[in-house]
Design a protein around this ligand. Structure first.
Ligand code: KG4
Ligand code: ZN
Length: 348
């Protein structure tokens, strides 16, 4: 089985060709960062136009790199939501056009399902597993029971983790996207210098909250005269380290509880899977590995290039769906909002 995947839900234009034998034949990602940077964030209209400019050429290159022609494909998968709808339209229309022209099955993939199943592209992992999905727009704990069957155990009541990284980076005068910049700054910082809050820690819930932490970073940054470091160039690094350590403590505490709950519900010690852009963070992976080990569970994480947005995970989710006969009609309507729990009914 061989599937073309297309991802256009945010600021990455991506195309990939993946096989049912877990072979990534090609995996191209074109970042729009430079186009959005002058605005300090993603501008949806610019994103959609840029996807439109680049997607056809990128698909052609992905097919070329894979040594495949459209007639070799068994299906075409595209992110059909959630995300910035202009970009999603571009990806979905492109996939539908190829599917229609070549008489191929079309697969409308939920972007979060792409992240949730990405670990099965690199590991021979059976269901169920516990998933911590941490990205720019999402922060959830889920029990992944089957393709299309996701049980939400907890989620953020305010900001997503990636969003907290991005906003804190801005307050510290670090570039966008904030995650990698904060991680680099934190390596040079002292996490103990500033005392920052750990929202909801110790509480009997699997929910998250990051807005209090972000506000604390804002107050400290202001006190220190950041983002212009002035007399204390070390301040931004120390504050970044303190912020990252607080996030690590919160994620560790939630995952410890979630593993216990998963054990109760499924009679299994994990495994714990971490996915989404924030899962690229090595410090946080280390914290989660310790928690998993203490709970007698394995920690699994896709390689970094498959954590941040990419089309290989969309092609793979397409393969998982195609293998179960879960194809979609060509009039499938893209969805800007599309919670994973609403996939029930599209499940195997
Ligand atoms: O999954 P993703 O590429 O896009 C979404 O679906 O949101 O995640 C992007 C998010 C951004 O907020 C970015 O700052 C964060 O992932 N991120 C990181 C790191 N690399 C990316 N956060 C912390 N540490 C990193 N190394
Ligand atoms: Zn994503």
């Amino acid at each position: 089985m061989i599937v073309l995947g297309i991802e256009t839900s945010c600021d990455e234009t991506a195309a990939a060709v993946v096989t049912g034998e877990r072979e990534i034949r090609s995996n191209l990602v074109l970042s729009q960062l430079a186009e959005h940077r002058p605005y300090g964030g993603i501008v949806p209209e610019i994103a959609a136009r840029s996807h439109l400019d680049h997607l056809d050429g990128l698909v052609a290159r992905a097919m070329d790199d894979a040594g495949a022609g459209f007639d070799d494909l068994d299906g075409v998968a595209a992110t059909a939501g959630p995300g910035l709808i202009g970009g999603v339209f571009v990806g979905v229309m492109t996939a539908k056009a190829i599917a229609l022209a070549r008489g191929l099955p079309f697969l409308a993939v939920n972007h979060l399902e792409g992240h949730a199943l990405s670990v099965r592209l690199t590991e021979d992992l059976a269901f169920p597993y516990l998933l911590l999905l941490i990205s720019g727009g999402h922060c959830q704990l889920l029990a992944v029971e089957e393709v299309g069957r996701y049980r939400r155990l907890g989620g953020t009541i305010d900001d997503a983790v990636g969003e907290a990284f991005d906003k804190s980076a801005k307050l510290l005068g670090l570039p966008y996207p904030g995650g990698p910049a904060v991680e680099r700054a934190a390596e040079m910082g002292d996490p103990a210098r500033f005392d920052l809050p750990r929202p909801l820690i110790g509480r009997d819930t699997l929910d998250f909250s990051f807005s209090g932490l972000k506000t604390a970073v804002r107050h400290k940054a202001r006190e220190l005269g950041l983002p212009a470091p002035g007399a204390d160039p070390q301040a931004a690094n120390d504050l970044a380290a303190g912020f990252q350590a607080a996030v690590g403590d919160v994620l560790a505490d939630r995952c410890r509880r979630a593993l216990a709950r998963f054990q109760e519900d499924y009679d299994r010690a994990g495994p714990l899977v971490v996915a989404g852009g924030v899962a690229a963070n090595s410090f946080l992976r280390g914290r989660l590995a310790d928690v998993a080990e203490a709970g007698g569970a394995r920690l699994l994480a896709p390689p970094q290039a498959l954590c941040t947005d990419n089309a290989a995970m969309i092609a793979w989710a397409g393969i998982e769906r195609l293998a179960r006969g879960l194809t979609d009609p060509l009039d499938f309507a893209p969805r800007p909002r599309w919670p994973l729990e609403e996939l029930v009914g599209r499940a195997a």
